[in-house]
Design a protein around this ligand. Structure first.
Ligand code: GLA
Length: 381
């Protein structure tokens, strides 16, 4: 009996952490302030983005989180309570407002003394800040390493991240936990054990095609680490930012969906062109990202500018993405045997919204210039 008790005491905490917090069973979807607004974020900006998301079809498409990134912080008061700065007069009221739109609120802090934009971090105030976030009604926290190297060694990352995860759990409020430390120390190997629902796998994305392609392609090989409740995060979307053409927007959205990546829009939702909204809310593409099986795509081939990825879906079908960085249309083809679905399949083109009917043996397509062909392949009935 005594032995059993000891065994239970040893095993229970391990089992609890292996099961995680049961949040983000599909990759989180939402919007975050950083990519477009940087430090120009304010209460008014956040409300306007929430209004847009709740009225332009994004909420119905699955977008849920409105995330305030860096630059919301003021100073700590005499009791150590972190106050928002003058751009955020009442954080609780803002959270209530976001919730009243049927959305959830995300916040941002750092384990270091300062955030990356040099605002107050949570160093030595972890429990206090976690409690404050929970009291405000926060539903998601991005915890960004930034200046933590001034006070911790890099090897301490897992324990530093676990500390905030424990503090969040102790509040009793369900809070999605987003680890951000740029993919250092192979975070994909320990991010889930540290309590993370998602972890950044790379440095910061920039609003240009090649930054996005570089980051996206570098996710190859990380597929074994993702699954329900635990996602690789190649950073927030730049769809609709910079000079992304429509082909490039589609490439970006398709690749992130194939990667089962968090879909956190980073553009100004109040100023978006209809074709950008169309990319962000494409139902079939979102269904690829949100598939309950949670299998991140695998790259099966790279031939010059063309790269081919396959994602297994829960209904037994496969999605194949032909991604090209060529400035001209490029031929892409695949031998159907490779998919292990027999040589007679049913194919539909997702962006073209076209049923291509029964195809035998092999499939070829003209991949648009700096663009993507995305097809769903099912066994022929
Ligand atoms: C880091 C992160 C970014 C963003 C900024 C804010 O660079 O990687 O995503 O949060 O900090 O300062």
């Amino acid at each position: 009996m005594k032995r059993l008790l000891i065994l239970a005491i040893i095993l229970l905490p391990c089992m609890a952490s292996a099961q995680g917090n049961k949040l983000a069973m599909t990759p989180p979807m939402g919007w975050a302030s950083w990519n477009k607004f940087g430090c120009k974020v304010s209460d008014a900006v956040v409300r306007a983005q929430a209004d847009a998301m709740a009225s332009n079809g994004m909420r119905e498409a699955g977008y849920t989180y409105i995330n305030i990134d860096d630059c919301w912080q003021g100073k700590r008061d005499a009791n150590g309570v972190l106050q928002p700065n003058e751009k955020f007069p009442d954080m609780k009221a803002l959270a209530d407002y976001v919730h009243s739109k049927g959305l959830k609120l995300g916040m941002y802090t750092s384990p270091g003394p300062k955030t990356c934009a040099r605002f107050e971090g949570s160093y030595q105030h972890e429990e206090q800040d976690a409690k404050m976030f929970a009291d405000w009604g926060v539903d998601y926290l991005k915890y960004d390493w930034c200046t933590a190297s001034d006070v911790y060694k890099l090897e301490q990352m897992p324990e530093v991240y676990k500390k905030m995860s424990d503090a969040l759990k102790a509040t009793g409020r369900p809070i999605v936990y987003s680890i951000c430390q740029y993919g250092w120390n192979e975070v994909w190997k320990w991010g889930a054990a540290a309590g993370g629902n998602l972890w950044r796998t790379t440095g910061d994305i920039e609003p240009n095609f090649f930054s996005m392609v570089y980051i996206g392609m570098n996710q190859s090989g990380l597929e074994q680490y993702a699954g329900p409740g635990r996602w690789n995060d190649p950073d927030m979307l730049e769809v609709g930012n910079g000079r992304f053409t429509q082909n490039e927007n589609r490439y970006h959205m398709s690749l992130w969906a194939m990667l089962s990546a968090p879909l956190i829009a980073g553009n100004d939702l109040t100023q978006m062109k209809p074709e950008v909204l169309e990319v962000l809310t494409n139902k079939e593409v979102i269904a690829i990202d949100q598939d309950p099986l949670g299998k991140q795509a695998k790259r099966i081939r790279q031939i010059g500018p063309l790269s081919i990825w396959v994602k297994e879906m829960s209904d037994g079908s496969r999605v194949v993405g032909f991604f090209s960085i060529n400035g001209q249309p490029t031929k892409g083809s695949i031998d159907l045997k490779e998919l292990g679905m027999g040589k007679r399949v049913q194919i539909s083109d997702i962006w073209e919204k076209k049923d291509l009917g029964i195809v035998e043996n092999s499939f070829s397509t003209a991949v648009p210039a700096r663009g993507v062909t995305l097809v769903r392949i099912a066994k022929a009935k």
